[in-house]
Design a binder for this molecule. Structure first.
Ligand code: UDP
Length: 386
């Protein structure tokens, strides 16, 4: 038997939350298939209670899991703990590259930690901006800071690239890849799997399938009033449309959970559900008449499935969705949410899936760019164009 030749380049992924796992998984899996690249997966545990459901689905076994979450932890304490732990791991592993995704505290700490070790940083989903540093909070500032720290910027769209250019990032360090969430969406839809949630399985196997509205809410800037307003709008809509089932995927954050259950737990046609696994969630989303959501990922997935989204936020860093008429910026005003939803639910609509956020090849472009920087490919990949 020959000696095992070590892979040449070590690529670390620093990931902590549900959306980061979903959006990083396609890149991780693509890198794991490359003979020259060795991935190292570091889970900060920022969404500890949810992360395993998502990691298992993508068959990812983390090489490192930090144990840093404490009840009612402040952002400063979370930041300090992640940075301290990451320093030890990065000094031990000495990766050639670090990938971070998006705009979480884990992404910010991952980039800062890699910078302290002078490691090349690749930012997946670079260049999203609302222009308001407090919305979303703290994500807008996190992504600005990750942008400053990163070496290579994988922008999902032309607009995201333009944002980076206007901040002085060199064009040769930016590539438009599309959003890796579309890769994840295609991947999960191709899985031969059964729905895990008995409630969802029962609903979706009914004949006919009931009319469904999907609701999610979690943004920190909506904790004081916004989430309660969304829940009140949902109860109003549920009474107005008794034939529709409102499936509310309730975020496990205690602040969110408490408010949602207090308002909605007694309404018969509202199903309050723990976070769904990605397969189930996409099944529900694809069957929905409309999604009411403050989620970034849902704003990207819904157009790919032809589902309109009422965005319960005052700003969006995904303006492409507004331009195509697939998304409506509602804020958290009850009357606005109710009026928009009523309009959508009472109109005949033809579904048209739109690839505004990606074509499913974002991770391929990212890996090809990486190989290009290592001199393993002659040419940079072509950019995503919509
Ligand atoms: N998601 C999921 N199950 C759920 C709710 C959301 O799999 O019950 C997925 C959703 O498809 C999207 C991601 O989680 O890809 C969005 O996560 P979240 O809304 O927490 O974060 P954001 O996208 O706003 O950063």
């Amino acid at each position: 038997m020959g000696l095992k030749v070590p892979k040449r380049f070590k690529i670390a992924f620093i990931v902590g939350t549900r959306p980061e796992i979903i959006k990083t998984a396609p890149v991780y899996l693509a890198i794991a298939h490359q003979p020259d690249l060795q991935p190292v997966f570091i889970n900060t545990g920022q969404h500890k209670e949810m992360s395993h459901m998502f990691l298992d689905l993508f068959n990812i076994t983390p090489d490192y899991e930090l144990n840093i979450m404490k009840p009612k932890q402040s952002l400063s304490s979370l930041t300090a703990s992640i940075l301290q732990e990451l320093e030890i791991i990065l000094q031990r592993e000495k990766p050639d590259w670090v990938f971070v995704q998006g705009d979480t505290t884990s992404a910010f700490c991952g980039a800062l930690s890699a910078f302290y070790q002078k490691i090349t940083i690749g930012h997946i989903e670079a260049g999203l901006r609302t222009g308001d540093i407090y919305s979303p909070f703290p994500e807008e500032m996190n992504r600005i800071l990750v942008g400053r720290l990163s070496t290579y910027h994988f922008a999902p769209t032309q607009k995201a690239k333009n944002n980076l250019l206007s901040e002085g990032i060199s064009p040769d360090k930016i590539i438009i890849t599309g959003n890796t969430v579309v890769d994840a969406l295609h991947w999960i839809q191709a899985q031969d799997k059964k729905i895990s949630s008995p409630d969802i399985s029962q609903l979706l196997s009914s004949n006919p399938i009931p009319r469904i509205v999907l609701v999610t809410a979690h943004r920190r800037e909506n904790w004081e009033g916004g989430i309660a307003n969304v829940a009140k709008a949902v109860i109003h809509l549920a009474k107005r449309f008794p034939d529709i089932i409102f499936i509310f995927s309730v975020h496990p954050n205690p602040v969110v959970k408490k408010q949602v259950y207090a308002i909605l737990s007694h309404q018969v046609n509202v199903l309050l559900h723990n976070p769904l696994d990605y397969f189930d969630f996409i099944k529900v989303l694809s069957q929905s008449l409309v999604a009411i959501s403050d989620s970034g990922g849902v704003q990207e997935e819904a157009p790919s499935l032809g589902v309109p989204v009422i965005i319960t936020r005052s700003t969006t860093e995904r303006p492409e969705i507004l331009e195509t008429g697939m998304g409506y910026l509602a804020g958290t005003d009850q009357a606005t949410i109710i009026n928009l939803a009523t309009e959508i639910l009472t109109q005949e609509r033809t579904r048209k899936a739109q690839s505004i956020f990606g074509d499913g090849f974002a991770s391929q472009r990212i890996v090809q760019s990486l190989l290009f920087t290592f001199g393993k490919m002659q040419k940079k990949p072509d950019e995503f164009y919509c």
